[in-house]
Design a protein around this ligand. Structure first.
Ligand code: MG
Length: 315
């Protein structure tokens, strides 16, 4: 497989929806523009969910229309792809009205998480997907699938691998172009990741899989590298590590885009991103969400030599 990697920036959705401070649609549009300027080619723009349940995503219609308008005016490159999360047919109808060309569906791998997070069983969530897929086909909208709690559930603990494989196959069979395997609470380690992905790869080709890792326990980069070595080339990341998980209090959330870009660039793998621009974006986003962001590279930046030391200097 070619030595490249594609990152899906989820800061605008998965990131911001877990932030306490709501960010205005205008700022979210500007965030998308800045991400695109730093070379991001795929990103989530928002979610068509109930604003009373997830107020951070209110105004997603404005955000999607805003970014598409910027694209029309060539202020965002033509080849940048935006997606929106839709939980059901109602959300899908809003996505169609917004002009979105791609949507994302999500299902959990544990019944408790499904009930708690989206208020329905796993089977019921798949029932909701049928009309969404029908509309997607009719309107030529690409669909991506997310699976959450693939490595552990905050309510049930361990999640059996066979169940994850079965739900991933079910998701792929719906006709989604990619299934993103999520470590929602950041419990996975490279050993577990290798075992599960090897099983998944027996049923789903690498080009249809993506990894969605959280850095809650400091394992995200190791997990990404492990998955990449198995041939998977797409990973979800968020600028600065924006986000978190309401069930992992105080913990960091999505792996930071800058950290992942730093690693792959260091390995000589093509990313297409401008690391300096991503690092420069970090404090701008931190100001909008009113706290510093957990990203390691965002904090430390690149190596900046202080200057050679001579014998005279240390006398
Ligand atoms: Mg996430």
């Amino acid at each position: 497989m070619a030595k490249s990697v594609t990152l899906v920036e989820v800061g605008l959705r998965d990131g911001l929806q877990n932030e306490k401070t709501p960010v205005s649609p205008e700022t979210r549009i500007e965030f998308a523009r800045r991400l695109a300027a730093a070379g991001i080619k795929r990103m989530e723009a928002g979610a068509f969910v109930r604003a009373d349940r997830i107020p951070q995503m209110a105004g997603s219609m404005q955000v999607v229309q805003g970014v598409l308008e910027l694209q029309k005016n060539k202020r965002i490159p033509k080849d940048v792809e935006f997606s929106v999360l839709v939980p059901n047919e109602k959300g899908m109808l809003e996505a169609i009205a917004s002009g979105a060309k791609e949507v994302a569906l999500f299902a959990a791998c544990s019944e408790s998480f499904s009930l708690k997070n989206i208020n329905c069983t796993i089977d019921e969530s798949f029932e909701r997907f049928a009309p969404v897929m029908k509309l997607a086909k009719k309107h030529k909208i690409r669909v991506r699938g997310y699976l959450s709690t693939c490595f552990g559930c905050p309510f049930e603990g361990e999640v059996p691998e066979a169940r994850v494989v079965q739900i991933a196959k079910r998701m792929a069979a719906l006709g989604v172009y990619e299934v993103s395997i999520g470590d929602t609470i950041g419990v996975a380690d490279p050993g577990q990741v290798e075992k599960l992905f090897k099983k998944l790869l027996k049923h789903i080709p690498a080009k249809k899989l993506a990894g969605h890792f959280h850095d809650t326990r400091g394992q995200a980069l190791a997990n990404i590298l492990t998955t990449w070595r198995l041939g998977v080339r797409v990973f979800d990341t968020s600028l600065g590590g924006l986000g978190g998980c309401p069930y992992a209090p105080g913990a960091t959330g999505n792996v930071a885009t800058e950290d992942v870009v730093y690693m792959f660039k260091g390995m000589g793998i093509h990313t297409g991103f401008d690391l300096d621009q991503l690092i420069a974006l970090n404090p701008w986003v931190a100001e909008k969400v009113a706290h510093t962001l957990p990203s390691s590279v965002g904090k430390a930046g690149r190596l900046k030599p202080l200057g050679k030391v001579s014998k005279e200097d240390v006398k």
